[in-house]
Design a protein around this ligand. Structure first.
Ligand code: UD1
Ligand code: UDP
Length: 365
């Protein structure tokens, strides 16, 4: 019997997590019909289409065109349109990824429609309920039938929240599958020469967390900090559209543009971003995905947040947490310039075979 499995993608990090699973599903054509639903949460060419090309994902089977809006409106739009999809496709499984609004919206629809639901990257917790992502994670996990977890701490979190052990599978980090599958292609990217930077001589920055960029005071502090880093080494900063909008709204774009050696660029495609990260002296970021990628690539990462939902990246990886304290951040930058970055140790199941393990479990159920 062929199972119909819908993978839901919507925002940039989802594409990277869905691609290896879709690739694995295609290896089992007699057993799995793999459908992709794009909610349209991210829609710019640089935030969506480029990932489909870079990751060799086929065009989505259903596009919900939800677009940007407040949390409630965006979530409601995805729910209304996804309900129609599941009513017509009647999938055997729906797979949702990560912690974005599209993840929770589709999870709620499945719960009400009694469609079996699998959550990839379940169990991660920042323990900060001010973060919209934390609410999305907590609620999605509560209504999921199968929970695929990236690291041991996630299993403990789920057990503490009363999730039955039999539903939890420590299967590893699917982003590492994507990275391993595309690293050779990323190595052929011309991004370093396009940006006129030499390997190991520059830093990379990404910023988009609402907690960092939605407040004018915090964002102003970050702009000053970026100037301070640029004074020491070139800094490449692909600017997320949320951040770009906030920089403009708060009148901070001029100051940032005039900072010496800071290269403000549009968001990069996956292969270019991977190549840029791999050859950086270090990365400063508030991204979830970047913490995992830098750990795998053994590139020092400073996470500009007080907590992380991926403690293994600090315990075994290259990740360091930082308050937004300029002195602390610049001390880290100096240490990296002197070659004193953390080194990665192997992490169980971050081996490129996560999609295989997830598929095996899905086929058994
Ligand atoms: C979302 C996720 C966040 C994730 C991030 C990855 C939620 C609550 N947040 O944050 O967890 O880490 O994606 O990048 O789901 N915009 C564009 N073009 C686009 C997409 C967005 O211009 O293609 C602008 C719009 O002005 C929009 C703003 O960015 O209002 C924010 O987009 P949204 O998807 O709501 O949240 P992100 O900050 O992208
Ligand atoms: N990324 C990219 N281009 C960029 C910035 C990020 O390709 O300019 C990739 C990177 O691989 C990262 C992923 O997008 O892991 C996820 O993005 P983001 O930081 O937006 O989301 P998060 O992981 O924080 O939810």
């Amino acid at each position: 019997m062929t199972k119909t499995i819908i993978s839901v993608v919507g925002a940039r990090p989802n594409f990277l997590k869905a691609a290896p699973l879709h690739r694995e599903f295609l290896k089992n054509p007699s057993r799995i019909q793999s459908l992709i639903v794009h909610t349209g949460q991210h829609y710019d060419e640089a935030m969506s289409d480029v990932f489909f090309r870079d990751l060799e994902l086929p065009k989505a089977d259903f596009h919900l065109e939800a677009g940007s809006a407040s949390h409630a409106v965006q979530t409601a739009r995805v729910m209304m349109r996804f309900e129609e999809v599941v009513e017509s496709a009647r999938p055997d499984w729906v797979v949702v990824f990560g912690d974005v609004n599209s993840t929770l919206a589709c999870a709620l629809v499945c719960a009400k429609e009694h469609i079996p639901l699998a959550h990839v990257e379940a169990g991660l917790r920042s323990f900060d309920r001010q973060m919209p992502e934390e609410i999305n994670r907590l609620l999605t996990d509560q209504v999921s039938d199968l929970l695929f977890v990236t690291e041991a701490a996630g299993v403990e979190n789920l057990l503490r929240e009363g999730i039955a052990q039999g539903r939890i599978h420590l299967s590893g980090n699917i982003m590492i599958d994507a990275l391993m599958q595309h690293e050779a292609k990323a190595d052929r990217s011309s991004v370093l020469s396009d940006l006129c930077v030499q390997p190991q001589t520059y830093f990379v920055m990404t910023l988009h967390r609402a907690g960092n960029v939605d407040s004018p005071d915090i964002l102003r502090g970050l702009v000053r900090l970026i100037g301070g880093i640029g004074a020491r080494r070139p800094l490449v900063f692909p600017v997320h559209p949320r951040t770009s909008r906030k920089l403009e709204e708060f009148g901070l774009l001029g100051e940032l543009r005039s900072a010496p050696r800071v290269k403000l660029i549009e968001p990069l495609g996956y292969l270019d971003f991977l190549c840029l990260t791999k050859h950086a002296s270090g990365v400063l970021s508030d991204s979830g995905g970047v913490q995992a990628e830098t750990t795998y690539l053994n590139v020092p990462c400073l996470t500009l947040r007080q907590e992380t939902e991926q403690p293994v990246t600090v315990e075994r990886g290259t990740n360091t947490l930082a308050r937004l304290d300029p002195e602390e951040v610049l001390r880290w930058v100096e240490a990296i310039c002197e070659g004193k970055g953390k080194k990665t140790q192997p992490i169980p199941y971050w081996d490129g075979r996560t999609a295989e393990r997830i598929t095996e479990v899905l086929l058994k159920h």
